[in-house]
Design a protein around this ligand. Sequence first.
Ligand code: ATP
Ligand code: MG
Length: 264
Amino acid sequence: MLEIQNLRKTFLQGTPNERRALDGLSLHLEPGEFVTILGSNGAGKSTLFAAIAGEFLPDSGTIELDGKDITYQKEHLRARMIGRLFQDPLKGTAPDMTIEENLALAGLRGNRGPFSPAVGKKDAAWLREQVARLGMGLEDRMKTRVGLLSGGQRQAITLLMSTLSVPRLLLLDEHTAALDPVTAEQILAVTREIVAEHRITTLMITHNITSALSVGARTIMLDRGRVVLDLSGSERAAMTVPKLMERYRQQSSHMLDSDRMLLS
Ligand SMILES: Nc1ncnc2c1ncn2[C@@H]1O[C@H](COP(=O)(O)OP(=O)(O)OP(=O)(O)O)[C@@H](O)[C@H]1O
Ligand SMILES: [Mg+2]
């Protein structure tokens, strides 16, 4: 369903600050797959999401979604099919609008939702039901401005907004990293529930190796702009945090070695 081939992106090419962020990255996702992504700072994880979402055009390579080449498709067209959450809980919602208004607007995404920003009684009831399922008691605060909510509550609303009109692909970029541990767990649980219910094909970036191995059914690791580890099935089930860290260390030093070989 998502087919990425040989994706390359170098930022600030030809300057002293040149950064090769994606270096021939390839990735294939089956419909409904939930894949977690690990990788050290600067590995290219967020850049991969930006490329998929169409924030910039890659230098080379292709991106297909549902068999359609979207490599050069405009960002706003892709946004209809792709949901995206960021680390910053303030990013996805309009603070001066109420929970209900935010959700009603989100329902318009992809022109598939039955909503307009003016919420009718029936829609209001349905939205309230969806919010109740978050298990945070927010259904009794539908008329509250989102700016008054906590980070975790806001991220939950953002998650709901991104999935009310079910996306073809959901991109989660460390969406629980800015939350306290208890709230992070709560948001993660809600994420799993929503993703499972709609069988949304999902990519989730996390720095938490335990969550990476326990959420979803496949874990990939990025290093220097490419996939260096791809775990699923029994191999993933048998993987532990220390073992994974060791594999990563081996992988990284191996890459350092081969770089040195190239340089010498
Ligand atoms: N717009 C940009 N302009 C210049 N360089 C960029 C830009 N975006 C990313 N980079 C560089 O590309 C590389 C990959 O960055 P990216 O943000 O994808 O890393 P990441 O894996 O998400 O890291 P982190 O875990 O820190 O979020 C880094 O060297 C980064 O500095
Ligand atoms: Mg990042």
